[in-house]
Design a binder for this molecule. Structure first.
Ligand code: NAP
Length: 407
């Protein structure tokens, strides 16, 4: 049995990983618009998924379409039976599952859906099915747009079905959440990064949220059932969500110069099977000068600019362990890039145990003064861990917190 995903550009798709984790062989097949009909008629695959931009377009080439998919106006799953093709929409069940696992019902809620593409229709279908009180679409070209949407009253739930905030443009958001005072839930269909700029805002406002990874995994396993493969139990669905989420998560270590970040980072990366990146080494590699030389010759301000640029590139790699230089976490911009793509740990070590050799800022300002300046920012990390004992003890503490972490 052969299965695949078709779409225009698929290099960043997670679908192959998801299907492979359930033991199903699956490939990614980029198909041009001109070749779409020929692909549907060919008998190469027993079933396939459909993504941007063919979810609507494909309907006219199919022999049958499910009621859900007709209502949504989009097909994301096709099965071949008796040489005929049938289309379904598992984005619907994927979205329903994602809401349910967060304990959210849309019944009686005033909902805003951002975007009017294929995915927004599946979301609207679920809103209607669950009995949302009002459903308003925000569109760049619609009556309700990104300028006047803030006039909508008592908005309970905002659902992003646009690509705004998706990798690599991770620092953009379609909307300013702080202008809505009644929010009880925010859903972003995007899953890369796991915490989009929109979800970052939700977190800051204390509004519960979900990204699109659980929806993606559930729509994939539901497609398998349509293809005649065994049902995947929810326990396994959660295992897959957790595995992908962790594999893509960066683990970032901050703390005073000489607190042991590099030593711990190396051991941690090996244990978590992730690549280890020492930010100062990356800077040296990119600029052919060490941080110490850049600070001494060009000043700290210039160095911080370079550091932020390199950090952004490194964070976008996804799924790496990063040991930061001692000052990198002081910048709010840097902290945001880190939190969008991973979790941070403040590695604490007693001041008298810190290594100051080759640390220009520790030598210039004095360790204690530097510590007093930076402590409150280090404490903004997601977790604090102690490194006054052996490094391996600290690594164990980090792994325990990492294992228990979920979005
Ligand atoms: P799409 O058909 O390309 O449409 C997205 C809509 O977003 C467009 O119709 C447009 O609406 C709006 N949009 C596009 N570019 C924009 C921009 N630069 N600024 C503001 N709005 C813009 O995509 P889709 O298939 O509906 O998917 C939407 C998002 O959901 C994507 O990020 C996709 O990866 C994600 N998705 C996730 C899952 C999942 O399982 N988690 C499933 C499906 C889709 P207007 O023209 O009306 O403004």
């Amino acid at each position: 049995m052969k299965f695949c995903l078709i779409g225009e550009k698929l290099s960043h798709s997670f679908s192959k990983v998801i299907h492979n984790l359930t033991g199903v062989e699956y490939s990614l097949v980029e198909v041009s618009k001109e070749a779409l009909e020929k692909f549907v008629r060919s008998k190469d695959y027993n079933g396939f998924n459909v993504t941007i931009p063919y979810k609507k377009e494909i309907i006219k080439y199919l022999d049958g379409v499910s009621n859900d998919a007709i209502s949504v106006g989009a097909v994301n799953t096709v099965v071949r039976r008796d040489n005929k093709t049938f289309g379904y929409n598992t984005d619907v069940s994927g979205f329903e599952y994602a809401l349910k696992r967060k304990g959210v019902s849309l019944k009686g809620k005033n909902v805003i859906i951002l975007g009017t593409g294929g995915a927004s229709k599946a979301v609207e279908y679920v809103c209607i099915k669950q009995g949302a009180k009002t459903i308003n679409f925000v569109s760049r070209s619609g009556k309700i747009n990104y300028q006047n949407c803030y006039d909508l009253k008592n908005v309970d739930v905002i659902i992003n079905a646009t690509p705004i905030g998706m990798y690599p443009e991770i620092d953009s958001s379609p909307i300013d959440l702080s202008k809505f005072t009644n929010l009880s839930f925010v859903f972003d269909l995007i899953y890369n990064p796991q915490k989009t700029e929109l979800l970052y805002q939700a977190e800051k406002l204390g509004v519960p949220y979900s990204n699109g990874l659980s929806m993606l995994v559930k729509q994939a396993v539901d497609a398998q059932e349509i293809w005649g493969l065994p049902k995947t139990e929810n326990r396994k669905v959660e295992e897959i969500i957790n595995k992908i989420s962790k594999d893509k998560l960066n683990v970032v270590l901050t703390g005073m110069p000489g607190c042991g970040k590099t030593t711990i980072g190396k051991i941690l990366a090996e244990k978590l099977n992730k690549e280890f990146i020492d930010l100062d080494c990356e800077i040296t590699f990119a600029y052919k000068k060490s941080p110490k030389d850049i600070i001494l010759s060009e000043g700290e301000e210039k160095f911080r600019k370079i550091e932020s640029e390199v950090l952004k590139t490194v964070c976008n790699k996804n799924g790496v362990v990063i040991a930061l230089g001692g000052g990198a976490f002081i910048s709010e911009t840097n902290r945001k890039v880190i939190t969008l793509t991973g979790i941070s740990f403040y590695v604490k070590r007693d001041i008298d145990k810190l290594i100051t050799e080759d640390r220009p800022l520790s030598q210039i300002s004095g360790v204690r003064e530097l510590y007093n300046q930076r402590k409150s920012d280090y404490e903004k990390a997601d977790f604090s861990v102690d490194n006054n004992d052996k490094p391996i003890s600290c690594v164990k503490e980090i792994i325990e917190k990492y294992e228990n972490f979920s979005y």
